[in-house]
Ligand binder design. Structure first.
Ligand code: AMP
Length: 421
């Protein structure tokens, strides 16, 4: 199946061909036609499936076909949970709209708002934004969403996880009721369905992979290991396997820093990426990882969300996430765009319950191995270690919007749990 049959304009096909895409991915094949017909769409798709083009291409087509007003009000809004994802979606919008007469901008917290405000004042058709900064700028009268025709909620599950529900509701109230709504989510919890019911009208449902299941192309493996031997084991795996590009997940920011230091002392180039790092440090770490000067990127879940690193060969869970869905998100960073990948989890006794929950969610037993010299501690307790986080705590910790704090960044508004990340 080629892109030519989907009904996209020549200018968009030209941009796609410049990107080197030969054929639409499954989610693009399923999502583009109903979006072009003006329908609301609820899509189940992880990062790596080509979901961004899945909503961006038809959105650009629709906007470019419709009449433009001289003042360029914002006609499409893409909401994303993190700055990294916002920047990435924006980069895609720019690329795919290269041959169209459409203007776009991206806004997110943690950086000076002035340049963002200046771009918006010139008039833009498409705005990519994180919720906090969007609300701030709307409150200041810098932007208006009253003419929005298309809304995209990207990674909606992560937005709820990060406590953005109230922000999303506020943003809905800033837009006209009549508009096209597109919602993308990797997982579908009861909360997500509730949110979808409130926003979407008779949505067409499309799926790239079966719900809550892991991509077949990913080779998953568990190493049972004593918790005190994890850092030596990961260093051995990376060195022996001569792995060149590894994304490692830790549960906490402190854990990410500590592991990163150990890697560096073992002679492996590594960088950490998490919520305490400045935007500049994160961008630098990611650029180093992409160009090969950084072999290991150690990340927390939130920081890693939405990073676009095509064809990632190895993902390691240094610690299992206490929320099973995060496992699906994490390993979704490998085996991208049809390439095979390997997802390895280092599991100590205290993570036994997490592993059981994950296996239940993905519907399979993950093969287990023990390496000589790195055996699990037979006397260790299987009780989960106290870590002060979890789904219930996360949803109880909705960020409270305080008008006096309205200039704070998105990061500083996040629920308490995420401050640990
Ligand atoms: P996404 O799921 O949107 O994060 O996209 C994952 C990666 O797949 C990105 O690097 C895209 O540039 C790439 N991609 C998107 N659509 C296609 C396609 N039809 N063919 C090949 N690569 C694609």
């Amino acid at each position: 199946m080629s892109f030519n049959t989907l009904g996209l304009s020549e200018a968009i096909l030209k941009a796609i061909s410049k990107k080197g895409y030969n054929e639409p991915s499954p989610i693009q094949l399923k999502a583009i036609p109903p979006i072009l017909q003006g329908k609301d769409v609820l899509a189940s798709a992880q990062t790596g499936t080509g979901k961004t083009a899945g909503f961006t291409l038809p959105m650009l087509h629709i906007l470019s076909e419709r009449e433009k007003s001289k003042f360029r009000p914002i006609r499409a809004l893409v909401l994303t949970p993190t700055r990294e994802l916002a920047a990435q979606v924006y980069a895609n919008v720019k690329e795919y709209s290269e041959f169209l007469n459409l203007r776009s901008a991206v806004i997110f917290g943690g950086v000076n708002q002035k340049p963002q405000a200046a771009t918006i004042r010139q008039g833009i058709d498409i705005l990519v934004a994180t919720p906090g900064r969007l609300i701030d700028l709307e409150n200041q009268g810098i932007l208006s969403l009253k003419r929005v025709e298309i809304l995209v909620l990207d990674e909606a599950d992560r937005m709820l996880d990060m406590g953005f529900l109230r922000d999303i509701e506020r943003i809905m109230g800033m837009m006209p009721a009549k508009r096209q709504n597109l919602m993308f989510s990797a997982t579908f919890s009861k909360d997500i369905r509730k949110l979808a019911n409130g926003i979407l009208h008779h949505p067409v449902q499309v799926e790239a992979t079966p719900e809550n299941s892991t991509v077949d192309a990913i080779n998953q493996k568990v190493y049972r290991v004593a918790s005190g031997k994890k850092s030596d084991l990961i260093i051995k795996l990376i060195s022996d396997g001569n792995w060149k590009q590894v994304l490692v997940f830790t549960r906490t920011k402190h854990g990410a820093n500590k592991l990163c230091k150990k890697m560096i002392s073992a002679g492996i180039s590594a960088a950490a990426i998490h919520g305490n790092k400045s935007q500049g440090a994160r961008t630098k770490a990611l650029a180093g990882f992409k160009n090969g000067s950084v072999r290991v990127l150690v990340a927390t879940d939130i920081a890693a969300r939405g990073l676009d690193i095509p064809l990632l060969p190895h993902v390691v869970n240094y610690e299992l996430p206490n929320i099973s869905e995060d496992y699906v998100h994490r390993i979704g960073r490998t085996g991208r765009a049809g390439a095979s990948g390997e997802a390895i989890s280092l599991v100590s006794a205290d993570e036994t319950t997490y592993l059981r929950d994950i296996e239940k969610l993905v519907g399979m037993k993950i093969p287990k191995e023990i390496l000589e010299g790195f055996e699990p501690d037979p006397n260790a307790s299987t009780e989960p270690k106290k870590q002060g986080g979890g789904r219930s705590q996360r949803s109880n910790n909705k960020p409270k919007r305080n008008p006096q704090n309205s200039k704070k960044s998105d990061q500083s508004r996040r629920p308490k749990r995420n401050n640990r990340r």
